[in-house]
Design a protein around this ligand. Structure first.
Ligand code: G6Q
Length: 539
């Protein structure tokens, strides 16, 4: 890459500053009035997704300037570098190749002189073979009983993706099996997950890239004790535990046969790993064919991101719109509102993907940024959110751009439910954009005293992401859309979206506090608040 100016020194940034001053005085009502075809023009389609971004406070000029910004920040070269396997995660000296996890068998992606695609497919084949054996009942537990229960033990990137995908793809899952997910180092999480399960019918997947994570190893130990308490024989472990990890040695030391270990690589970040072997629970739930369909959905979006011009490119448009609001409108949070109950864990999954990736305040060169970076992502499925927090989005003082996600067809066509759901989604976006004016309220006979309370200013931006149905392929495209949008934002801001040093300090401090809690006589040398709290908790 040739030298290029920092974000706030690009000519496009300065033009966008001036342009934003003008756009802040525009209302979506006027933008739609002046361009009646806006709802058809500000639309992009790719990989089975329809993306309407017409209800954003933008004009053609905004898009041209954002395109220029992407150019000046050399986004295309960064995209090429990621797909090429360059070590763009410089603080960990790693390539960033989640796109290789869904590359077709014949593709070639080189890391350190070696094509990684054959290894990816070898692991997928091994996972497929294993999943078929468990699902068909060929793989038996220690006492000869069929495995009916799968418990995934993992945390963060080794949990949030698998839980989300299991919930999202429930209509495709083996309904005669039970799937549970244990993440927290709170005994209650494990206790509740196994309380009604029979150990002889239960398989644990210990999912941990490093196989050293405190929470996961503590839960894996509990699981081992639980299995041994029921089945007594140490050989039972081999039938009731498999591992997903990059750390073969630690897996062996735990007592899991490495023949039952599914590997992945250091170029897969935790929060980008749900389509690697970390997705073993997903494959067990939906079967290998649906899992591969999900990978195809990811890949379709990858190809679109890699090749489409900026202003036809869904992840690029989405990422640039985020930059537009964060850096030129002072927006600090984005709501994700899936109108599909199966996506109930999608906002939680996105919290990690977006905030662990772009919650950074130094550039790749180690300089402190003098502009805002990653916004807070949060949300809940509609229509539930409408009866709780939407009030603030409609009438609060903060502008919170929303991502609405909806589907033409439901998996459960019951009564008029789906029409009610879709109508509510469209109505929310309409109300946010256009609001309700003083004149409208007056014509409705609302009293002068009540008008300020019932006024909807509108001009609240939102995107609408639609697809035919929530299928494995659609889910893959949707996740890849957000992954690449996050990357686009990171490139514009000049930060490393793929490390997570900010989670380290707390872990180190916790290790020091554990013995202090367990030993009431231990001397305490923290601040007076932490010391007093430790004394309170050790009782
Ligand atoms: C994700 C993070 C983090 C990680 C967990 C679990 O990008 O690195 O959420 O996934 O800390 O790590 P292990 O898989 O190594 O147990």
């Amino acid at each position: 890459m040739t030298a290029y100016p920092p974000f706030t020194r690009t000519p496009a940034y300065l033009s966008l500053m001036l342009h934003a001053d003008a756009m802040k005085h525009k209302h979506l009502r006027d933008l739609f009035r002046h361009d009646p075809d806006r709802g058809e023009n500000f639309v992009a389609r790719a990989a089975g997704l329809y993306f309407d971004y017409s209800k954003h406070i933008i004009a053609d000029t905004t898009l041209r300037l954002l395109e220029k910004l992407a150019d000046e920040r050399q986004l295309d070269q960064h995209i090429a570098a990621m797909f090429r396997g360059d070590k763009i995660n410089s603080t960990e000296d790693r390539a960033v190749l989640h796109v290789a996890l869904r590359a077709p068998r014949e593709a070639e992606i080189m890391v350190d002189g070696q094509n990684v695609v054959p290894e990816v497919h070898a692991v997928l084949d091994k996972m497929g073979h294993f999943a078929e054996r468990v699902r068909s009942g060929e793989w038996r537990g220690h006492t000869g009983k069929r495995i009916k229960n799968i418990v995934n033990i993992g945390i963060g990137g080794s949990d949030l993706g698998p839980v989300m995908a299991y919930e999202a793809l429930k209509p495709y899952t083996a309904r005669d099996m039970v799937f549970r997910f244990v993440s927290n180092v709170d005994g209650s999480d494990f206790a509740e997950a196994v309380r009604d399960l029979d150990a002889s019918e239960t398989l644990f997947i210990v999912a941990s890239k490093t196989f050293t994570t405190l929470e996961t190893m503590a839960n894996a130990d509990l699981a081992r004790q639980w299995v041994l308490a029921a089945l007594t024989a140490p050989e039972a472990i081999a039938k009731h535990f498999v591992a997903v990890s990059t750390n073969e040695k630690a897996v062996r030391e735990f007592g899991i046969d490495t023949a039952n270990m599914f590997g992945f690589w250091d170029w897969v970040g935790g929060r980008y790993s749900m389509d690697s072997a970390i997705g073993l629970s997903t494959m067990l739930a939906i079967g290998p064919d649906h899992f591969r369909a999900m990978l195809d959905g990811f890949h379709a979006m990858d190809e679109h991101f890699r090749t489409a011009p900026y202003l036809e490119n869904l992840p690029v448009i989405m990422g640039l719109l985020t930059v537009w609001y964060v850096n030129f409108f002072g927006v600090s949070s984005i709501a994700v509102l899936p109108y599909d109950q199966y996506l109930k864990r999608f906002p939680a999954y996105l919290q990690q993907l977006t905030m662990e990736s772009n919650g950074k305040s130094v550039t790749l060169a180690g300089e402190r940024v003098d502009y805002a970076t990653g916004p807070v992502y949060w949300g809940e499925p509609g229509t539930n959110g409408q009866h709780s927090f939407h009030q603030l989005i409609h009438q609060g003082t903060a502008v919170i751009p929303c991502d609405f996600i909806g589907f033409k067809h439901t998996h459960n066509p019951l009564g008029s439910h789906h029409a009610f759901l879709q109508a509510n989604m469209l109505a929310q976006a309409e109300a946010l954009a256009f609001g309700k004016t003083y004149e409208q309220l007056r014509l409705e006979g609302v009293s002068e005293a009540m008008i300020p309370h019932r006024l909807f200013e509108g001009n609240r931006p939102s995107s609408m992401i639609l697809a035919e149905q929530l299928t494995p392929a659609t889910l893959g495209s949707l996740i890849a859309l957000y992954e690449h949008s996050v990357f686009t934002q990171g490139v514009i801001w000049g930060i490393n979206s793929f490390d997570q040093w900010g989670v380290e300090l707390g872990k180190v401090l916790a290790k020091r506090i554990i013995p202090e809690l367990q030993n009431p006589a231990a001397a305490l040398n923290h601040d007076s608040s932490t010391n007093t709290l430790i004394r309170f908790l050790r009782g």
